[in-house]
Write a protein that binds this ligand. Structure first.
Ligand code: AVI
Length: 328
């Protein structure tokens, strides 16, 4: 299930309206370039659609990263040593976790997620697979520094952040997040992170606009959610999904484009869009290996080893939190 659920704030008013969702939507639709933060794509229907996206032939990241973990798990295990606590950020219901836990000498697994529901799902299944592993779920917002449970403090930490979710943040926020992971895990820890690579634009567009139309449904589901949860009357059928390459930022952007002039209301507020105008819903930044290295360094992580598939589509990086040197 999608990691973005961990970015959710779950304050509700007396009618059960998610106040942060309402605030983000009303503010975002009022901007010149309309935009709604990507985390709101992941309600239950959106999370299911995302799972479906990962099975589309055009969406290479999931299968490629899984293969990289399968092929290099033993080496990752050797490099990270023994007596490990694997700390997974935004664990959701990641299918990749068992692959890693099988290869590294993990004494404990600490999934960190803001959603207790996701934590219950992931830990329930894993407990059956790894009966001897101490599983200590932590309900917390990993965008900030998290205090790890006292029971694992004597272990070494391996942070796990798969799926190239880092790409959904603008580089500045990505560095902030990596830095707070470093603070959470501390000096001497490791981080294993999946990062999607820059490649031919056609392939990127196809990955975010699959032939089955699953990504289109995933994107359009946001409008359905707004209608349902915020009393909107957006004519969903008059929008289309758009995956667009932004060369300056080196990212795929998802937008919802008005096919004609449209007027609608959300929470009693009126909005108008001209034909061709869009609502920006997600960014997915793509990095070269050099840029990925720089991103890690910028946040205090020293890249130790990078694994990539033969086409260099995706990379898995192992980095270490080593002492910072203050002088050249
Ligand atoms: C979750 N995240 C890494 C996905 C990505 O590739 O940026 C989200 C996604 N959006 C459309 N397809 C996949």
């Amino acid at each position: 299930m999608a990691v973005h659920a961990d970015l959710r704030l779950i304050a509700h008013d007396e009618d059960g309206i998610d106040l942060a969702f309402r605030a983000d939507v009303l503010r975002g639709l009022g901007e010149r370039q309309k935009a709604v933060p990507a985390r709101w794509l992941y309600d239950l229907a959106g999370s299911r659609l995302f799972e479906d996206i990962t099975r589309q032939p055009e969406y290479y990241p999931t299968t490629t990263e899984t293969r990289l973990l399968e092929a290099n798990g033993a080496e990752i295990g050797r490099l990270t040593g023994s007596d490990l606590a694997v700390v997974e950020f935004g664990s959701g219901s990641s299918n990749k976790t068992p692959l890693l836990l099988r290869e590294v000498a993990a004494a404990a697994y600490v999934p960190v997620d803001i959603s207790g529901e996701f934590l219950r799902q992931s830990t329930g299944a894993l407990a059956g697979l790894f009966p001897d592993l101490a599983i200590i779920p932590l309900e917390a917002d990993f965008l900030r520094t998290v205090e790890l449970p006292a029971s694992v403090r004597d272990l070494s930490f391996l942070g796990f952040f798969p799926g190239s979710t880092i790409g959904n943040l603008v580089p500045r926020r990505a560095v902030d997040l990596l830095r707070s992971m470093r603070e959470t895990l501390g000096e001497g820890s490791h981080l294993l992170i999946g990062i999607d690579c820059l490649k031919e634009i056609d392939r990127l567009i196809a990955a975010y606009d699959d032939a089955q139309g699953v990504t289109a449904e995933f994107n359009l589901n946001l409008l359905r959610r707004i209608n349902r949860e915020l009393g909107g009357d957006i004519p969903v059928g008059r929008f289309r999904h758009l995956a667009r390459w932004n060369a300056d930022w080196r990212r795929i952007e998802m937008h919802l484009e008005a096919r004609e002039d449209i007027d609608f209301t959300v929470w009693g507020r009126s909005f108008a869009m001209r034909r061709g105008e869009t609502i920006h819903t997600e960014n997915s930044h793509k990095y070269t290996p050099d840029q990925a290295r720089l991103l890690l360094h910028a946040a205090g992580w020293t890249p130790l080893r990078m694994w990539s598939d033969p086409s260099d589509d995706f990379l898995l990086a192992l980095a270490g939190a080593t002492e910072e040197r203050s002088a050249p």
